[in-house]
Design a protein around this ligand. Structure first.
Ligand SMILES: [Zn+2]
Length: 153
């Protein structure tokens, strides 16, 4: 709800560009050479993570080969960690390019990893945009941070 009612027309800075004023440094789990992993502050489900390149790229062809390769490795590691910690039976891994594809922040690419369980899409999700998340972000962060301390790419 906080995100939906926020006046986004006045937001000039990019929340995913680290080292810039206004960037969102909250809930970062891992920083690699070209990209980083953080919790989605507005999750679709418990454990919803984002893998984000440092470079302010809007299109896939703007990413370097090295950044793309690293992002694939991070998606793989993060998927393994989510399966282990959340015991999910599946995952949605994806990227929305452009507003019409559902990109909330279309000016900076970000890859979603969403844990899924059998039957987890409930009444509220089907009938409205309302989502019910049964875990606080601080609890999600506490569950995952130790697993990201030891990953090797
Ligand atoms: Zn950016």
């Amino acid at each position: 709800m906080e995100y939906l009612v926020k006046d986004k027309s006045k937001v000039e800075e990019c929340i995913f560009c680290l080292n810039e004023p206004g960037c969102d440094e909250n809930y970062i789990l891992y920083k690699a050479k070209y990209s980083f992993v953080k919790l989605n502050t507005y999750p679709y489900n418990c454990g919803h993570l984002l893998v984000i390149p440092y470079s302010h790229a809007k299109e896939l062809h703007q990413l370097s080969y090295e950044a793309g390769a690293e992002i694939m490795k991070l998606l793989s590691k993060a998927s393994d960690i989510l399966k282990k910690v959340y015991k999910c039976s599946g995952l949605n891994v994806g990227l929305n390019i452009g507003k019409s594809a559902g990109a909330g922040i279309e000016k900076h690419l970000h890859f979603h990893i969403v844990p899924r369980w059998e039957g987890d899409v409930g009444f509220y999700t089907i009938c409205s945009d309302l989502r019910v998340i049964s875990e606080l972000l601080d609890d999600t962060y506490a569950k995952l941070i130790d697993h990201f301390k030891n990953i090797k790419l």
